[in-house]
Design a protein around this ligand. Sequence first.
Ligand SMILES: [Zn+2]
Length: 87
Amino acid sequence: MLEEKDKNHIGDIVIIPVRCFTCGKVIGDAYEEYKKRYELYKESIDSGKKPKETPKEILDDLGVDRYCCRRMIITHVDLVGEAAPYE
Ligand SMILES: [Zn+2]
């Protein structure tokens, strides 16, 4: 899905899903916010602590209630994580 042209000169992925492909809802802002809070969630898990909120709760809080939008945000965060393992 992600190709070379989607990365900038240092290899960061710059593409952001502004709209849900399925329903057209604008999710760019929710995606950015989810990414930040998901990082905190992951840190808690990695250090063996109980996370403050789960990914599901983050999406609920951001008002992303449709399954298509939730799936799109989650998929993109996973892709970015895999593409930049040494960050
Ligand atoms: Zn959607």
